[in-house]
Design a protein around this ligand. Structure first.
Ligand code: ATP
Ligand code: MG
Ligand code: FE
Length: 332
C-alpha cells in the first residue's frame, strides 16, 4: 500500500508518502508571507498553497522514488482549518485520484495530530489519553483505536497555541511567538511573576482570561518602566509559560486519575514546547505514567501525520467520494 498525503489546512503546504505504514518522507513548505502581518492571512495562505502544492508533491514523490502509477490512494486534510486553504489540497487530491483512478481518503487534521504517534516507536497502546495542544485547539482526547477517539475536554475560548502567540505579540515578538516564548523561558525565572489560573468545569480549559491578565499586567508595569519588557523578557516568558503548563497539567492529571488511563501522549504544535515536555516527564515519575512525545517535525502541521492516518483508513477501507467537500469545522 503506497499513499500520497497532502496537508493544506493552515500555513504549511506539505506532502508525504507512506508505504505499508512506513512514512518515507515529509516535505513541508512553511509560508513566510504571514510574518509581517503578525498572524495567518487566509487569502494569502490559499494563494501560497496554490503556488507550493505542485512542487511540494513532486518533491515528495521524487524523494520517495515513487512513480504516480505506483500509488494506491491519495489522502488529504478535509478539516478543520481555513476553508480557502483546505480547498487547494482537496481539489488537488481529488483531481489526482480521478486521473489515476485510485481511491480518495479524507483525513481529520486533529485525529492526524494524534496519529503522528504511530509514525515512529514507541507507539502508545490503546486506550491512551492525548493532550492535543495546537494553534486552533486544546483538547483532552481518549484514543480508543486508530480511528476511534473521544474528546472529553476542550478549551471554551482560545487555544493554548493561540494564547502563546497572542502573549508573544503583546511582548512585541514576531509571529508565531510560541517557539520564541519557549526559547526565552528556558533562561528565565518561572516564579518571578504570577498570573491567575482560570478554573473551568470538568476537563475543560479557558485561556482568554489569562491573556487579558497579561495585557493589564504589562500596561501597569510599563507605566513604571517604559522598558519593562526589554529588561525582564526572559522572566516574563518563563512565568507565562509556567502558567499555561500548570493549567494544562491540572486537567490532564485529573482526567488520568478519574479515567484510570496511565499512557499519556501530547500532540499538536505546542507539544514541541520544551517546558511542557520537561513537566510531563517529571510528572510521569510521580504519577507512574508512561509518556509519549512526537518527533519535533511531526508536532506542527505536516503531511506525515496525514499519511499515517490515511494508512489506517486504507486498512479499514474508509474511502470517500469525489463529491466530498472540505469542512473548516470538522470535529473528531
Ligand atoms: P490546529 O492544528 O488546531 O488546526 P494549527 O495547525 O495552526 O492549528 P499547529 O501547526 O499544530 O497549529 O501548531 C502551531 C502552534 O504551535 C502555534 O500557535 C505555535 O506558536 C505553537 N508552537 C509551536 N512550537 C511551540 C513551542 N515550542 N512552544 C509553544 N508553542 C509552540
Ligand atoms: Mg502553521
Ligand atoms: Fe495543526
Amino acid at each position: 500500500i503506497t499513499i500520497l498525503a497532502i496537508e493544506s489546512s493552515c500555513d504549511e503546504t506539505s506532502a508525504s508518502v507512506v508505504r505499508d505504514g512506513v512514512v518515507l518522507n515529509n516535505v513541508v513548505a512553511t509560508q513566510k508571507v504571514h510574518e509581517e502581518y503578525g498572524g495567518v492571512v487566509p487569502e494569502l495562505a490559499s494563494r501560497a498553497h496554490q503556488q507550493n502544492i505542485i512542487p511540494v508533491v513532486e518533491q515528495a514523490l521524487k524523494e520517495a522514488k515513487v512513480e504516480k502509477k505506483e500509488l494506491s490512494a491519495i489522502a488529504f486534510t478535509r478539516g478543520p482549518g481555513l476553508l480557502g486553504a483546505l480547498l487547494v489540497g482537496t481539489a488537488y487530491a481529488k483531481s489526482m485520484a480521478l486521473a489515476l483512478n485510485i481511491p480518495l481518503i479524507e483525513v481529520n487534521h486533529m485525529q492526524a495530530h494524534i496519529l503522528a504517534h504511530y509514525i515512529d516507536d514507541p507507539k502508545p497502546p490503546f486506550p491512551f489519553l492525548c493532550l492535543t495542544v495546537s494553534g486552533g485547539h486544546t483538547q483532552l482526547v481518549v484514543v480508543k483505536s486508530h480511528l476511534e477517539m473521544e474528546v472529553v475536554g476542550k478549551t471554551l475560548d482560545d487555544a493554548v497555541g493561540e494564547a502563546f502567540d497572542k502573549s508573544a505579540k503583546l511582548l512585541g515578538l514576531p509571529y508565531p511567538g510560541g517557539p520564541l516564548i519557549d526559547r526565552y523561558a528556558q533562561e528565565g525565572d518561572p516564579h518571578r511573576f504570577e498570573f491567575p489560573l482560570s478554573e473551568m468545569e470538568g476537563y475543560n480549559y479557558s485561556f482568554s482570561g489569562i491573556k487579558t491578565a497579561i495585557l493589564y499586567f504589562l500596561q501597569k508595569e510599563k507605566r513604571k518602566d517604559a522598558d519593562f519588557v526589554a529588561h525582564n523578557l526572559k522572566d516574563i516568558c518563563a512565568s507565562i509559560q509556567y502558567t499555561f503548563i500548570k493549567m494544562l497539567m491540572q486537567k490532564l492529571k485529573r482526567a488520568s486519575r478519574e479515567l484510570k488511563i496511565r499512557h499519556i501522549a501530547i500532540a499538536g504544535g505546542v507539544s514541541a514546547n520544551k517546558g511542557l515536555r520537561e513537566t510531563l516527564a517529571a510528572e510521569a515519575e510521580k504519577q507512574k505514567w508512561t509518556v509519549y512525545f512526537p518527533d519535533f517535525q511531526y508536532c506542527t502541521d505536516n503531511a506525515g501525520m496525514i499519511a499515517i492516518a490515511a494508512h489506517y483508513k486504507y486498512l479499514a477501507k474508509d474511502f470517500c467520494e469525489q463529491t466530498v467537500a472540505p469542512d473548516p469545522r470538522l470535529a473528531i
